[in-house]
Ligand binder design. Structure first.
Ligand code: SF4
Ligand code: SF4
Length: 148
């Protein structure tokens, strides 16, 4: 199973994505492409398309609920990085995620949506070699958890 966000994109087409202007200022270490942002107020920019009656980020390549890709993913604003999908790492619901999905007619994510994404733990039991002479102090069996 792939990450649930890759078949969603709802939050990128629901919220106004505002962030401090310095995030688009390379001389200050900013990396958001300035051409994809517009002035929101004296201190903030907004991703183009998100400050609209029906928001949809200009950087979003998606069919909401089917497939989604942020075309500037490594360069996206900090606020985008902070949106947490519900139940990722079993951390419970995320109101931002749930609200955006419901607004697009999608059900809120549930723990089961991550089930196939979990790492499978495999346990290997290593038995100690049989001692030549029983001493009463044989090493115990060791269990090695391996990440699948
Ligand atoms: S609404 Fe939730 S599941 Fe959908 S892209 Fe945003 S964080 Fe991911
Ligand atoms: S910059 Fe990327 S992650 Fe942020 S709203 Fe736009 S498409 Fe979504």
């Amino acid at each position: 199973m792939s990450h649930p966000c890759l078949s969603c994109g709802a939050c990128c087409a629901h919220y106004r994505v505002g962030f401090h202007w310095s995030e688009a200022a390379p001389e200050l270490g900013g990396h958001v492409p300035a051409a994809l942002a517009e002035v929101l107020d004296g201190h903030r920019l907004a991703m183009r398309g998100t400050w609209a009656e029906r928001p949809r980020c200009i950087a979003l390549d998606a069919e909401i609920g089917v497939r989604a890709c942020c075309t500037i993913h490594p360069l996206r604003p900090s606020v985008c990085r902070e949106v947490r999908p519900s139940w990722e790492d079993a951390r419970g619901p995320s109101p931002q995620c749930d609200r955006a999905r419901l607004a697009h007619g999608l059900p809120a994510l549930a723990p089961a949506d991550w089930a196939a994404d979990r790492r499978i733990g495999i346990e290997v039991t290593v038995l100690p070699a049989a001692p030549a002479v029983a001493t009463g102090h044989e090493a115990p069996a060791a269990t090695l958890p391996l990440a699948g």
